[in-house]
Design a protein around this ligand. Structure first.
Ligand SMILES: NC(=O)c1ccc[n+]([C@@H]2O[C@H](COP(=O)([O-])OP(=O)(O)OC[C@H]3O[C@@H](n4cnc5c(N)ncnc54)[C@H](OP(=O)(O)O)[C@@H]3O)[C@@H](O)[C@H]2O)c1
Length: 292
């Protein structure tokens, strides 16, 4: 039995669809949901539904009973994630789960000086708990979702002609979220992944300068890249009414990119997908050609 947490979210839902595509039968899949009725669509498709909340340890032990493989999708509430993830790992141990596949994140700096420490610390701790749990594990080190790149680039980029992000010349190896989910499904549906850590990063990482050049070529408009200081970036976004929390997240990722934290290139996903993941340049070319 394979249980997918975060099944109502983008990553989990896509993984379940890829598991079915790969021939895993509906009665071998369980979807973990927080509220019973969130599982109605899964039930209609013959997929089992169990109720559990990362904040409720007993609910997790109950939900994980009889589960062989658990896709543990990191929680979305960063402030509560440490205790939630501890609950998941301990509950999996108590319930006798055999193998956990965990969606972690890519990084180089594992100290508090990391611009992404807010996000990083719970992932790093969770990986440690997994390794100490005695349960067999696979860690997926996810780069930035490529789906988020247009948000950094700015929705009015073709009008403004400017990409304004404090990422300097740092590279990002972003991957389409659905392709990461497909990779996760491949890990769950096949054997030989015990104790492995896979970098879910693209085959080619790029700078925002290269991104600007790609969009220029695709759209026929000249797009310039400006890398301001993080402070100027924050002030400019605030002037446009962007909430402080959103500015914080965007700044952290951009500054992390400037420092090389997201600069990774790997063939791990290519092996799992049986093809190269969609490149950042092709993704942007499709997006900004059709935007014309
Ligand atoms: N690599 C990246 O660029 C990147 C970017 C953003 C996020 N992430 C991480 O990747 C994860 C998956 O991404 P996504 O796009 O699929 O996120 P998403 O669409 O927001 O889905 C999050 C899922 O987690 C579930 N969840 C949240 N809190 C929970 C709790 N207390 N107990 C049980 N389930 C809970 C949600 O359930 P409900 O439907 O009940 O809310 C939902 O199914 C995120 O949670 C985050 O940790 C990575």
């Amino acid at each position: 039995m394979i249980l997918v947490t975060g099944s109502t979210g983008h990553f989990g839902n896509a993984t379940i669809n890829f598991l079915l595509e790969k021939g895993v039968s509906t009665n071998e899949i369980l979807a973990l949901v927080r509220i019973e009725q969130s599982g109605d669509d899964f039930k209609k498709r013959g997929i089992g539904v169990v109720v559990g909340d990362y904040d409720n340890y007993a609910s997790l032990v109950n939900a994980f009973k009889g589960v062989e493989k658990l896709l543990f999708i990191s929680g979305s509430d960063v402030a509560k994630r440490l205790s939630q993830h501890e609950n998941v790992v301990n509950a999996a141990k108590e319930a006798g789960v055999k193998h956990i596949v965990y969606t972690s994140f890519q990084r180089k700096n594992e100290t508090e000086t990391s611009p992404l420490w807010m996000v990083a610390q719970s992932h790093i701790k969770t990986e440690k708990w997994l390794k100490e749990s005695g349960i067999s594990y696979t860690i997926l080190k996810n780069n930035l979702y490529m789906d988020f790149l247009p948000g950094f680039i700015g929705e009015k980029v073709l009008e403004s002609g400017v990409i304004y992000v404090p990422a300097e010349n740092g590279k990002v190896g972003a991957v389409l979220r659905s392709e990461m989910a497909e990779g996760a499904a491949s890990v769950l549906a096949t054997t030989g992944h015990e104790g492995k850590e896979y970098d879910f990063t693209n085959a080619e990482a790029v700078t925002y300068q290269e991104i600007a050049e790609t969009i220029s070529k695709a759209s026929g408009k000249t797009i310039n890249y400006i890398s301001p200081s993080a402070e100027d970036y924050g002030n400019t976004l605030a002037k446009y009414g962007v909430p402080a929390e959103v500015i914080g997240i965007f700044s952290s990722f951009a500054v992390a990119q400037a420092k090389g934290e997201l600069d990774g290139e790997s063939a791990n996903l290519e092996k799992l997908l049986g093809r190269k993941p969609l490149s950042i340049k092709d993704f942007l070319t499709n997006l900004y050609t059709t935007a014309l």
